[in-house]
Design a protein around this ligand. Structure first.
Ligand code: NAD
Ligand code: DAU
Length: 356
């Protein structure tokens, strides 16, 4: 049994689906179901006794204590977070609460639980903290990609809160001996990503004939990784990572934002041509994000050399797959946009919630 937090979000739900496709080890999935949590992502697991969903808050340590005592997981994989940079600029409080206080509560619960395990169980236990490359700050064009030895220089409320959580995780290992692992990953894309993030937003807006907003000059650079490759990296680190170490995960796929948006437009022109002409006509440059980091790039050699992990998708194959998924699942996007994805929980998960 493993405990996953945030398993109804974008990466967490992909992780749970991939995990249960690859093995029979059950998952207890603790998610508060904020706006970003969408249980319909896990519809394929309805009635699957290997998946135990619990709606709850990682800040509620008493709840986490109870879940650990009841399910006795051999690992915690911690995805739950407030994840969107623009939201952190407009409302940073939730980010400090969930990302900092929530990680603290989870670490405290894990510390108490781990201390009561047998020696053998203690040796097997892992707390895997899923974090971001944004903790390293912004690179200039001539800088080398981030390695695990880069100094932390977070610039947004989101990245500052994730950096704080990384420091707590590190401290719980050094001070209390909790067997932790931390991963710092680049920008993910793929199925089930909330259409507030660049790639799903652009796909959804294009199909709806709406403007495709590009912040500033569109020359900001991100390193893009298909979500399934992030999930396989996390599985590798969980299985064979060295306790106390951090691992950068990235796709060696640096792209400017304008390149990303133009690529999506061109693929959509092929796959779902619009009567009005190329989707590029919808591109609109808009005012920049405050404090907008210029460039992120990940040096993923450590996880490759030490654990043998490699991404399976190139950007070209991953973005095609992703656009195909959004074209095939337009109802998913519509339900997110009109808010009806919240009803799915009420109609389908009533029993699971009341028995928690
Ligand atoms: P997301 O916003 O899609 O999902 C977050 C999930 O956490 C949601 O299901 C939400 O309901 C849940 N949640 C939020 N607050 C909670 C709380 N207090 N208690 C319990 N559950 C709570 O996020 P994502 O994009 O899937 O990111 C998952 C993790 O990966 C985050 O920790 C993020 O920092 C990290 N990360 C994301 C990316 C990316 O590109 N999206 C890249 C690197 C790292
Ligand atoms: O680097 C990893 C991080 O990637 C994760 O830790 C975060 O959780 C995740 O949200 C993501 O952060 P970004 O800010 O890089 O992602 P976002 O999709 O919001 O933006 C990607 C780039 O596109 C960024 O340079 C801002 C720009 N952008 C974004 C939006 C939403 C636009 O130009 N227009 C937009 O409308």
């Amino acid at each position: 049994m493993i405990l996953v937090t945030g398993g109804a979000g974008f990466i967490g739900s992909n992780f749970v689906l991939d995990w249960l496709q690859g093995c029979d080890e059950p998952v207890v999935n603790l998610d508060r179901l904020t706006y970003a949590g969408n249980l319909s992502n896990l519809a394929a697991l309805q009635g699957d006794s290997r998946h135990h969903f619990v709606q709850g808050d990682i800040c509620d340590q008493a709840l986490v204590d109870r879940l650990l005592a009841e399910y006795r997981p051999r690992a915690i994989v911690h995805f739950a977070a407030e994840s969107h940079v623009d939201r952190s600029i407009h409302g940073p409080r939730d980010f400090v609460r969930t990302n900092v206080e929530g990680t603290f509560s989870l670490l405290e619960a894990a510390r108490g639980y781990w201390a009561r395990l047998s020696n053998e169980e203690q040796a097997e236990f892992r707390f895997l903290h899923v974090s971001t490359d944004e903790v390293y700050g912004s690179l200039a064009a001539e800088d080398s990609p981030f390695t695990e030895r880069n100094a932390y220089e977070p610039n947004s409320p989101y990245s500052a809160s994730k950096a704080a959580s990384d420091h707590l995780v590190r401290a719980w290992h050094h001070t209390y001996g909790l067997p932790v692992l931390t991963t710092n990953c680049s920008n993910n894309y793929g199925p089930y990503q909330f259409p507030e993030k660049l790639i799903p937003l652009v796909i959804a807006n294009a199909l709806a004939g709406k403007a495709l907003p590009i912040y500033g000059d569109g020359q900001n650079v991100r390193d893009w990784l298909y979500v399934g490759d992030h999930c396989s990296g996390i599985r590798e680190v969980l299985a064979r990572g060295v306790v106390g170490e951090t691992y950068n995960i990235g796709g060696w796929n640096e792209k400017t934002n304008i390149e990303i948006v133009e690529t999506i437009c061109d693929l959509l022109d092929d796959l779902a041509p619009a009567a009005e002409g190329s989707y590029r006509r919808l591109i609109a440059f808009v005012p920049d994000r405050p404090g907008h980091d210029r460039r992120y790039a990940i040096d993923a050699r450590k996880i490759a050399d030490e654990l043998g992990w490699r991404p399976q998708e190139t950007f070209e194959s991953g973005i095609r797959k992703t656009i195909g998924w959004y074209l095939d699942n337009q109802a998913w996007v519509e339900h997110v946009q009109d808010g009806s994805y919240r009803d799915w929980l009420e109609t389908n998960y009533r029993l699971r919630r009341s028995d928690r």
